[in-house]
Design a protein around this ligand. Structure first.
Ligand code: BGC
Length: 487
């Protein structure tokens, strides 16, 4: 079951004048924040660790790519399994499991005697990332009262970018020593903190109700919403759950012809979000800056920290504030144009550097590359970064939402793996210029796909969106440019 499903069927706010935000709810917020931070940290930290790993284990390009990218393979498996696990053992125990995976994975990484054990650590961390990426927003959506639900889920997005920033900062502090073991191992601390914060908390009232444990649901709801009419809200929750149970569908239904359009749109957006290169840049930022002429590891780290890490956080803040104002399509289309232009410039700068920098150049190509990457990250962070996830959580009809979101999420991790696994090899095959122009090409594909096939979801209720898939006129109106073809 997905985040939005919880949002769509959870309890109504109830119209009380000034509901208090309980301390308990702050702790739930902390759980969400820590899960997102760990997710971002474990993704971002590898950028600064690669140099030291390369020296200590003298690994070649392929193994270096495996060490970088297998986090995403673990995450793909973790995300696919997490929905079922969270339904069976509860959201709380699933998040505890993710925290244990984070701690175990960090320790395996930090103590790895060789590159192969390090890969095992990366996969274990990846499983934690995947499990947390499903369970934490789900727990947040089910614990938060409706008035805070959207903000609680955005908090998760923001925490991921903050995690990447913190990872880059730790990398920067430790570059002089190349101490990759500390860089990777340090995430055991927020992992332990997540265990401690989560342990005393209750599961979500919705999960208790699903398990027919009403007394537990009463205690949990009274803790998060001290002012709520508990009996009334739980009755409403039970009705929604009964309705949902009647609609429970098999995996076959997710792939049925009548849901082909939302499935294709969700999966294509998820894949394009990765094929436009974001994680090649997040993971290999230091190496890209090194190739762009930032000679010392400290200057590479600094460029990564501010140009990629900080810009990502700030632009995500802007997106969270504006996504409902501008709508999804304009943000996605503007973002892909910004990403296209900046990638073309980065590719051109690498071409120029290959042919030697002319004495008449006043601004070095390294600097231009840095500025272009800032534009790229900012364009991604206010568009494809958060908006793709918003759309994926909106477009599936209730019957197939949970499984539809799981398929799109797994496709996203798979594409992330493809890009990070083959980035360095592709660079040696077709050069930096070739790879960045390939990413740029996928920005054009994204623009075209969004323009032609993606319906605007802003301001439409989930029920209206669901009805749209069977109504050509409504769909045409939502897509705008839609004619008669199907994706
Ligand atoms: C993407 C991640 C990426 C992150 C960067 C997310 O929307 O799904 O793959 O690392 O943005 O901020």
């Amino acid at each position: 079951m997905s985040t939005t499903e919880a949002r769509a069927t959870g309890p109504a706010p109830g119209g009380r004048p000034h509901p208090r935000t309980s301390t308990y709810l702050w702790l739930v917020g902390l759980v969400v924040m820590l899960s997102g931070l760990l997710f971002g940290y474990d993704q971002g930290v590898i950028s600064g660790a690669l140099n030291g790993i390369e020296k200590d284990f003298s690994v070649g390009t392929f193994l270096l790519e495996v060490i970088t990218s297998w986090v995403t393979l673990g995450a793909m498996v973790g995300a696919l399994a997490a929905g079922a696990v969270a339904d069976r053992v509860g959201r709380r125990r699933t998040i505890l499991l993710a925290a244990l995976l984070f701690v175990a994975g960090s320790l395996i990484e930090a103590l790895a005697p060789d590159a192969y054990v390090l890969v095992v650590g990366r996969v274990v961390i990846g499983l934690g990332v995947g499990v947390a990426s499903v369970a934490a927003p789900l727990y947040a959506a089910e614990m938060a009262p409706a008035r805070l639900r959207g903000r609680m889920v955005s908090l998760y997005q923001l925490a991921i970018t903050l995690g990447i920033f913190v990872a880059y900062f730790v990398d920067y502090l430790l570059t002089h020593s190349d101490n990759w073991r500390v860089m990777l191992g340090i995430s055991a601390i927020p992992g332990l903190l997540l265990l401690f914060v989560m342990f005393p908390l209750k599961d979500s009232p919705r999960w208790y109700m699903k398990m027919r444990r009403r007394p537990d649901a009463e205690v949990a709801l009274a803790k998060v919403e001290p002012d709520a009419d508990v009996a009334d809200e739980l009755d409403r929750m039970r009705d929604a759950l009964d309705h949902e149970a009647a609609q429970n569908t098999s995996w076959g239904e997710v792939f049925a012809a009548r849901w082909r359009r939302p499935l294709v749109i969700g999966v294509t957006l998820a894949v394009l979000q990765q094929l436009t290169g974001i994680n090649a840049i997040i993971y290999y930022a230091d190496k890209i800056f090194a190739a762009a002429g930032f000679l010392s590891p400290a200057s590479q780290s600094l460029a990564t920290l501010w140009a990629i890490g900080a810009v990502n956080v700030v632009a995500t803040l802007v997106a969270v504030a504006w996504v409902d104002h501008f709508g999804r399509k304009p943000l996605l289309m503007t973002g892909s144009v910004g990403m296209f232009i900046s990638l073309v410039v980065v590719g051109a700068m690498f071409l120029k550097m290959k042919h030697g920098v002319s004495a008449t150049d006043t601004v070095g190509p390294g600097m231009v590359t840095l500025v272009a990457l800032v534009v790229f990250i900012a364009s991604f962070a206010f568009s494809l970064g958060p908006v793709v996830w918003t759309i994926i959580n909106e477009i599936y009809p209730a019957q197939v939402r949970g499984k539809g979101v799981a398929v799109a999420t797994a496709a996203n991790w798979f594409a992330a793996w493809l890009v990070s696994q083959f980035f360095l090899s592709l660079v040696s095959l077709i050069s930096e210029t070739g790879v960045f122009w390939l990413f740029a090409f996928f920005c054009l594909v994204t623009y075209w796909f969004v323009h032609r096939f993606v319906p605007e979801t802003k301001g439409r209720s989930l029920e209206q969106l669901q009805a749209m898939w069977g109504d050509e006129d409504a769909l045409a109106a939502a897509v705008g440019s839609y004619r008669s073809s199907t994706p």
